[in-house]
Design a protein around this ligand. Structure first.
Ligand SMILES: [Zn+2]
Length: 216
């Protein structure tokens, strides 16, 4: 297959991982990212329509509970390991609930979302804490976003990612997570470990959908 991995840009060994009625999924054999083939990427309008169906709002208790798991990891980090002067919630969606909770309890938080809050923070600004909850699986060009985020992480910074991870091809075939048409990049422990090594970060997995990256 003549494809280029959207994460590590390797242009060999991109193999078919899974296909169904709607989409084809490719796996890069270097970083092991699973990604949908480029002709299956949703348009901006299709993405917006799908996001607007999700009722992620400040009033939604389930959403608060869901995000509290990422918040708890951030709180543990800040209590025990890092002093956070400023933080960034990358890909916060229409309701920056996590950013609001972090702001109340931990530090000043900026937030960014390409659709809802598209103003990126100043290029020179560094963050001690960056969170990305249920957003990385939406990245069409994860290489670009990954490098942007890592370049903004301060010397002792922590980056917390929440996304469900790929376990195997057979589990993937039954996985509801892949059926959301806005989910286009699927990471695994291997992929996150690869990225950490490439970026001089450590990675740990405190739960099955949270990964924590730190500067070595
Ligand atoms: Zn790759």
């Amino acid at each position: 297959m003549n494809l280029v991995c959207p994460l590590c840009h390797f242009n060999q060994h991109q193999t078919l991982f899974h296909s169904d009625k709607k989409r084809t999924y490719i796996q890069c054999q270097r970083c092991r990212l699973v990604y949908v083939s480029r002709e299956c990427l949703p348009t901006l309008l299709e993405e917006k329509r799908e996001y607007d169906l999700h009722e992620n709002s400040f009033d939604d208790e389930g959403y608060h509970r869901f995000l509290s798991r990422a918040y708890d990891v951030a709180a543990t980090e800040t209590e025990n390991f890092i002093y956070v002067k400023n933080a960034l919630d990358f890909g916060c969606g229409p309701a920056p609930v996590l950013a609001a909770t972090l702001s109340r309890n931990i530090a000043e938080v900026s937030f960014f979302d390409p659709l809802y809050f598209p103003c990126l923070p100043d290029k020179r600004q560094q963050f001690d804490l960056i969170t990305c909850t249920e957003a990385i699986e939406h990245f069409h060009t994860p290489h670009e976003e990954w490098h942007w985020i890592v370049s903004r992480l301060s010397e002792n910074g922590v980056f917390i990612v929440m996304t469900k991870r790929v376990i195997s091809a057979s589990r993937f075939a039954q996985w509801h997570y892949k059926n959301d048409l806005t989910h286009v990049s699927f990471f695994s422990d291997f992929t996150f470990t690869y990225l950490a090594a490439k970026s001089a970060l450590t990675v740990s997995f405190p739960s099955d959908d949270i990964a924590v990256f730190k500067r070595i």
